[in-house]
Design a binder for this molecule. Structure first.
Ligand SMILES: Nc1nc2c(c(=O)[nH]1)N[C@H]1C(S)=C(S)[C@@H](COP(=O)(O)O)O[C@H]1N2
Ligand SMILES: [Mo]
Length: 328
């Protein structure tokens, strides 16, 4: 007797899988890192060297099932810059639960994402729990190309796949007294050891928060995929927040809880160092970080030379027309 494994409904069957040529010139990229290791030129602030010693493992961490029935949102189909190569994005991450460096992609593979439960609660009419299939099926999925800007002044351009936060907000129906939403990331001390010896000083679990009018903005997004495939663990599988007009740390990874509150919630980086990581943290070239300027960004290019490309920081990361009204 032959047992057939039924692919989940959201998964694109392997035989129908499309080429990745639309996203990257993968062959060329592999040739470069295969020959010389991958060196990212040092920016003015910090010297950074990311070496891909095991490209096959890195690729395996990204070669996840393709997601089907994803509509490209035409409003976010073009950017003023090329997309970042997925092999570069997939090995240069911030995910403090797995370490304090950029090279956590291998460590993050121990994150258990199946099964997954996301709990929506707090001041809402409709508390809910979502499992992995719900995350892929409950809301119509779309693809959006967004600029991505870290508070550390590096940036990327990434093709997220997911759904606007507004849809989950409407499903939850917050009560009138709800003013904020808090996102809580996965945390299990034995699985997410944190950044070395100082780990126990951090206010785990990682949390972030938005005002409800920010959550309702057209741009605020939950990503469940990247480059046409399921979201890789190093990028915050199975669901993470993407708020493209704010610094990257506002986008909590691997979300297990969404809670609606009346008071402004305490958040992870703001608790660690409030003067460096403001609650609002909108991308602004004119407001320097206490330790560096934010007037320019180091756009992580798609190679083949793999060096940073310096670009002027755009107010609200280029999304002023969508969000400036929130802060008038
Ligand atoms: N849970 C959690 N979420 C997180 C972080 C983190 O350390 N833990 N880092 C943040 C920061 S500082 C950035 S820039 C982005 C990085 O996302 P990426 O690695 O997918 O590019 O994730 C954000 N979300
Ligand atoms: Mo960041």
């Amino acid at each position: 007797m032959v047992l057939f494994r039924i692919a989940p409904d959201w998964q694109l069957p392997e035989r129908a899988a499309t080429s990745e040529a639309a996203y990257v010139n993968r062959r060329q990229f592999l040739r470069v890192i295969g020959a010389a290791g991958l060196t990212i030129a040092a920016g003015p602030l910090s010297s950074c060297r990311a070496k891909a010693t095991d490209t096959s493992t890195l690729e395996a961490s990204l070669d996840l099932p393709q997601v089907r029935r994803v509509s490209p949102n035409p409003e976010f189909a073009d950017l003023d810059r090329p997309l970042t190569d997925r092999l570069l994005a997939g090995q240069y991450n911030n995910y403090y639960e797995f370490g304090g460096t950029k090279s956590i992609w291998a460590k993050a593979q121990t994150l258990p994402t199946d099964p997954w439960t996301l709990t929506v609660g707090g001041l809402v009419k409709n508390p809910a729990t979502y499992d992995r299939d719900d995350l892929m099926q409950k809301f119509p999925l779309e693809e959006r190309l967004y600029r991505f800007r870290c508070v550390e002044a590096w940036s990327m351009a990434l093709p997220w796949l997911g759904f606007p936060m507004r849809l989950l907000l409407e499903a939850a129906e917050p009560l009138p007294e709800a003013q904020y939403v808090r996102f809580t990331s996965y945390y299990q001390a034995d699985i997410t050891p944190g950044p070395g010896v100082f780990s126990s000083f951090y206010p785990w679990p990682y949390t972030e928060a938005l005002r409800l009018d920010e959550m309702a903005n057209e741009l605020a997004f939950f990503a469940v995929g990247l480059y046409g495939r399921l979201l890789p663990k190093q990028h915050g599988a199975p669901i993470r927040a993407v708020i493209p007009w704010k610094y990257g740390f506002k986008g909590a990874k691997s979300i297990v809880g969404i809670e609606f509150t009346a008071e402004k919630p305490a958040t992870f980086w703001n608790t660690v160092q409030a003067n460096e990581y403001a609650f609002e943290s909108n991308v602004d070239p004119k407001v320097p970080h206490p330790r560096w300027s934010q007037s320019q960004e180091r756009f992580i290019s798609t190679g083949p030379d793999l060096s940073w490309e310096m670009r002027p920081t755009l107010p609200y990361n280029g999304y002023e027309s969508y969000v400036a009204g929130l802060y008038a």
